[in-house]
Write a new protein. Structure first.
Length: 387
């Protein structure tokens, strides 16, 4: 039986993640070092784990309201106000999701009609395009460049706007480049969004991981709250990747429509994880500070190491990725990553996995332990000497 003939064309159009491809290869090589996955090497802090255990011991194992327990939604609202000056109603404007990944999917399925275009600055997280395609939309790549610090330039964005443009997908701090955008830079993007009546989906999962600069939420830009869906989560800042918990914050008129899709897709996020997240928001600031300081130490080391090897490298100011150019090696991103893995047992992700703008680069995650990072940098140095 030919099963694929029954599969929808939009699903056939989607390919598997290159990140996971390299991650799976590494798992088959016991002596390989993985710098390819965007997962903190820290265990979830003990007080957060204890909150989940307490919820279990108290028998809190039933469904919650579709948008999440009110206690958590209130804490998310308090957090967004305290950290970024955003005001959202926990009753009507916040939805707890199964990770930021579900939030992205819900946003696209809620906003897109067939053929609607989504403007995606590249290099971009690998899930954005598939989510657009699976929702029936059309992804439109908008390039960013190292010379601009991989920030989205308004004049470049405007060149890619058409009559079908509906959504702008923002992601700063950025995966894979580690780029950030200042308030002034975001204000220039806001002018384009307003001029062309674009809805902005702003993935701010790395908002707490910035180094020497403060994150500006896009919805905090004057006039942007009403046209922005803000996405956040707990995986990166609190090292809660396996808990699968994120959230959407949007104006009431959008939030009630987003809730429909969330409701019929997953019912609600895991109950005990929601109680853990309440504890994270109430008492997790020191955890964030401790982990951010360690990431910063690794960031400085990796950046200086790559520069000393002769690789042209943009200094990342957010997330836990660095995106060096490997163009001077004469290898493509795919060739470089494959040879580095098989010859030196170090896994990085080809920049091309993040769109055409990523060709000639590789993504390195410094969320790994310092010991593994030091070993990997030495192996990369030896690899570069060989080639």
């Amino acid at each position: 039986m030919e099963h694929k003939k029954y599969v929808a064309d939009r699903v056939k159009e989607v390919t598997f993640s290159t990140i996971r491809y390299f991650f799976n290869l590494v798992n088959q090589m016991p002596d390989a070092i993985s710098l390819c996955i965007g997962e903190p090497d820290f265990v979830t802090p003990p007080h957060i784990r204890e909150a989940a255990k307490k919820a279990l011991d108290e028998g809190r194992t039933s469904y919650t309201p579709n948008p999440g327990i009110m206690e958590l939604r209130s804490e998310i609202a308090n957090y967004l106000k305290r950290r970024f000056g955003l005001s959202y109603s926990p009753e009507k404007e916040i939805i707890v999701t199964i990770g930021a990944s579900e939030a992205i999917d819900v946003a696209m399925r809620t906003l897109l009609n067939p053929g609607d275009e989504v403007l995606i600055p590249e290099p971009a997280f690998v899930a954005y395009k598939p989510c657009v395609v699976l929702a029936g939309g059309r992804p439109v790549s908008v390039p960013t460049y190292m010379k601009d610090g991989f920030a989205l330039m308004p004049e470049v964005l405007e060149k890619h706007v058409t009559s079908r443009s509906k959504v702008l997908m923002l992601s700063y701090p950025n995966n894979p480049t580690g780029a950030i955008m200042s308030r002034e830079e975001l204000m220039n993007i806001a002018k384009v969004a307003e001029k062309y009546d674009l809805i902005v989906v702003s993935d701010e999962i790395y908002a707490e991981l910035t180094y020497g600069v403060e994150h500006t939420a896009f919805a905090a830009i004057p006039g942007m709250r009403e046209r922005t869906v803000t996405i956040g989560g707990f995986s990166k800042a609190y090292s809660m990747t396996g808990w699968r918990l994120g959230y959407l914050a949007a104006p009431e008129g959008l939030a009630e429509e987003l809730l429909k899709v969330h409701q019929y897709s997953v019912t609600c996020a895991p109950t005990m994880a929601q109680y853990a997240a309440v504890e994270a928001l109430r008492n997790g600031d020191e955890d964030i500070k401790r982990m951010r300081e360690e990431y910063d130490r690794r960031r400085v080391f990796v950046y200086s190491s790559l520069k000393n090897m002769g690789l042209e490298c943009f200094e990342p100011r957010g997330a836990f990725y660095i995106f060096p150019s490997i163009k001077n090696t004469g290898l493509s991103s795919e060739e470089f990553a494959n040879r580095l893995l098989y010859e030196m047992k170090v896994a990085v992700v080809p920049g091309s996995a993040f769109g055409e703008s990523g060709q000639g680069f590789v993504r390195i995650s410094y969320a790994a332990s310092m010991d593994n990072i030091e070993k990997a940098m030495e192996r990369i140095y030896q690899f570069l000497k060989q080639i």
